[in-house]
Write a protein that binds this ligand. Sequence first.
Ligand code: NAP
Length: 326
Amino acid sequence: MSFTLSGFSIPSANTGAAKHVKVLVLGSGPAGLAAALYAARADLEPVVLTGMELGGQAALTHTIENYPGFPEGVGGQELGELFQKQAERFGAKVEFDTAQGVDLSQRPYKVTSDNGAYLADTLIIATGARPNHLEIPGEYELTGKGVSYCATCDGWFFKEKKVVVVGGGDSALEEGLFLTRFASSVTIIHRRDSLRAGKVLQNRAFSDPKVKFVWNSVVKEVVGAEKVTAVKLRDTVTGQETLLETDGVFIFIGHTPNTQMFQGQIEMDALGYITANHLMETSLPGVFVAGEVADSHFRQVITSAGMGAAAGIQATHFLEKEATSA
Ligand code: NAP
């Protein structure tokens, strides 16, 4: 069945035999849907299992202003729907279904999902990465209302406003420095008294007049009703609690790639990202990756879509080569 990002129905459980497909794409973000578009245009009838986050993280972004071709910007959900429609136009099947387990020990690769099972000649893993959350009161409720996990996506909305950044790594400093283009002040809240970030970023942050630091502090709560108005802080040394007024809270405390179900079956780096070469090839024949599941660096819609296109092309080449050598 097919779905749209704004209105989908959940199919009833399928207990039938595993469905054999030439290309199975796991994930419906820009990477997965771009991979499906390319595989579909090669007449491979790819099947996309959407996963729980329809449209991926990009669909959670209010407005995307840095995806080429949309000079006025485009809604994240709308862009996801456009990607989906374009892939479906050429024969991709988008299933509202989530992969729950994989057996990568032999080809065709077996994927079991909420609604059935698949045998895939080639697999494109585009399951993304999720930003780590603080898991504190107010964080979830105020996401999109001042709480953000993406400065590139949302920084523009904080022109001349005060923002806080949580974290002390490269992401916190890099994104915090990016936010100084818009915000009147950027306060970096770190739980220790020294940063994890590299020296170059540290020096830039320390010398930027808009950047301030609050050391040895953790955010206990995001405060606000319709939008963020403050954060409640706790000093990790003295235990003292204070309220810091702010318009925005940007949280950069690391990402976790969605690779748990592949553990021990495919090569990954120390952080759990699937390793691949520039052709999107993984350690297994016929298994390709795209997007943030293999990219801890760029994390942009365009780079993920580009990786998806490359994975779709390579899956096509792989199957063509196999067919001609058979
Ligand atoms: P990271 O290096 O893991 O840093 C996460 C930061 O968040 C750390 O400072 C950590 O504090 C803090 N933190 C973690 N959990 C927290 C919690 N529950 N409450 C408060 N603070 C918390 O993650 P990242 O900055 O996203 O970087 C990920 C990788 O990408 C790194 O290898 C990094 O070098 C790389 N990267 C590189 C660049 C660049 O080179 N320009 C840019 C971005 C990312 P502690 O320090 O106390 O652990």
